[in-house]
Design a protein around this ligand. Structure first.
Ligand SMILES: [Zn+2]
Length: 114
């Protein structure tokens, strides 16, 4: 598996999420406090943490999804080799996964709070 983005040529770190998806991320470890709302942070162990107001409750370190930071993100969405329908299905799958991971992560937080 390649270690650079085919679109912008930057280095990416591939992380396998808890649902078995391969996610390209920026290679630098960051804190959730340094992320912007709407970013998706992926922990080393593959748990995805969507960044939004008031969440996560505690600082989390991980890698920012390259989908959020790629300067050529538009090209990610419109590669010539894929049809519009395929891309829409991919987007749906990513959104669905993020929602699923969020559920997993919130469960994890609840357990920690006890
Ligand atoms: Zn890129």
């Amino acid at each position: 598996m390649g270690s650079t983005c085919y679109s912008c040529g930057r280095k990416v770190k591939w992380i396998t999420t808890t649902r078995g998806k391969h996610m390209p991320c920026d290679p630098d470890v960051v804190s959730s406090e340094d992320c912007e709302e709407g970013d998706l942070l992926v922990r080393e162990d593959g748990v995805c943490v969507p960044i939004k107001e008031g969440y996560p409750k505690e600082s989390v370190t991980g890698y920012v999804s390259h989908f959020a930071t790629c300067p050529n993100a538009e090209q990610h969405r419109k590669p010539k080799t894929k049809t519009k329908k395929e891309l829409e299905e991919e987007d749906d799958a990513i959104t669905r996964d993020a929602e699923m991971e969020m559920g997993v992560y919130e469960g994890y937080l609840d357990r920690e709070d006890e």
